[in-house]
Design a protein around this ligand. Structure first.
Ligand SMILES: CCCCC/C=C\CCCC/C=C/C(=O)SCCNC(=O)CCNC(=O)[C@H](O)C(C)(C)COP(=O)(O)OP(=O)(O)OC[C@H]1O[C@@H](n2cnc3c(N)ncnc32)[C@H](O)[C@@H]1OP(=O)(O)O
Length: 298
């Protein structure tokens, strides 16, 4: 398809892909294997025109990590759906077993140039701006673990349904990697679970089991694993009965103060991210975290 070719050539959404120079170079990776950049789609969108509901299946093995290519594809799909006035609802789910999304792709932040980090952060911002500000009803059908950026992705949605499986966890665990959730991650969480829950969760980098996540309101509903998608579909039908305009204005009223704060500070936020993430000490923390992930597997 034409848009996929454009995606590969990075000719689409130029605003996403341009970035100013930031001066410093990150340390080179010494041990991490770069995965092949697959050209197969990382997201499959099924859009049912009769119901006006689209389903976005994340299908980027092994763990749906949010890489630059993944996020660019996500943004393009979102833009297309948002522009289609017949599309009123979006369900986001995973086609990968046991994982909704492992969050931001650490390999996009480790051993990369400041220019690359800036380009990456811009598309992370874009994904958040598009989803948190979407006119569609958005539902996260969380059928696996969802740490950090994966949790953020689900927090941008209007409603979260999670598989009731104690093997799964969800939360903003950034501090455990030695990094800091930026203000708009933090505010999205505050807007969902309140100030005190967010403060504890973020300082400790807590990952919650589904039952705990439900208790603090990080997810809205737990259901047996095999019912996550059907319950999401039923919930969507209910949400779509509310008069569209009234619901959309209400959503904007709730979310715009946070959205506007990022919109007006995008470049500063990118500079902030780049100077933080390229620090030697932060690069070291990321390396140790990746090593820990590999050791845990061995
Ligand atoms: C002061 C102002 C500050 C301003 C801003 C500054 C800072 C920046 C903030 C950045 C915000 C960052 C957000 C993030 O999202 S960071 C990513 C955090 N993610 C995680 O911690 C999740 C790590 N992964 C896991 O816990 C597990 O992989 C799992 C998702 C629970 C799945 O477990 P399992 O099924 O057992 O899979 P494996 O652990 O074996 O993983 C398979 C392979 O995938 C690799 N992997 C996993 N996660 C990631 C990731 N996020 N990015 C890249 N790669 C990942 C893993 O290493 C395995 O690779 P291998 O097969 O090559 O060994």
């Amino acid at each position: 398809m034409a848009w996929r070719a454009a995606l590969r050539s990075k000719a689409v959404i130029p605003a996403l892909l341009s970035c100013s120079s930031h001066g410093r170079l990150c340390a080179s990776p010494t041990f991490i294997t770069q995965r092949n950049n697959s050209t197969s789609p990382k997201i499959k969108v099924d859009y049912d025109q009769t119901t006006g509901v689209a389903v976005m299946h994340m299908q980027s093995p092994p763990v749906n990590s949010l890489s630059l290519d993944f996020l660019t594809e996500l943004c393009i799909s979102l833009e297309k759906l948002e522009m289609d006035k017949g599309c009123r609802g979006l369900i986001i789910t995973s086609n990968q077993p046991k994982v909704f999304s492992a969050g931001l792709d650490i390999l996009e932040m480790y051993g990369k140039s400041p220019e690359h980090c800036g380009e990456f952060w811009k598309v992370v911002q874009e994904m958040w701006l598009k989803l948190y500000g979407s006119n569609m009803v958005t539902i996260a059908a969380i059928n696996g673990s969802s740490p950090a950026g994966g949790c953020l992705l689900s927090l941008t949605c209007d409603y979260r349904i999670m598989a009731d499986n104690p093997l799964y966890s969800i939360g903003l665990n950034e501090t455990q990697l030695g990094i800091v959730a930026p203000f708009w991650f933090k505010e999205t969480m505050v807007n969902t679970v309140g100030h005190r829950n967010t403060e504890v969760a973020l300082q400790l980098g807590l990952l919650y089991k589904p039952a705990e996540a439900l208790k603090i309101g990080l997810v809205d509903q737990l259901v047996p694993e095999d019912q996550v998608f059907s319950v999401a579909t039923q919930t969507m039908t209910k949400w779509l009965t509310i008069p569209e305009h009234a619901r959309q204005i209400t959503k904007s009223m709730m979310r715009n103060p946070t959205i506007d704060k990022l919109r007006t500070n995008r470049e500063a936020d990118i500079q902030n991210f780049v100077s933080f993430i390229t620090k030697e000490s932060i690069q070291k923390s990321l390396r140790m975290y990746m090593e820990m992930l590999k050791q845990r597997k061995a």
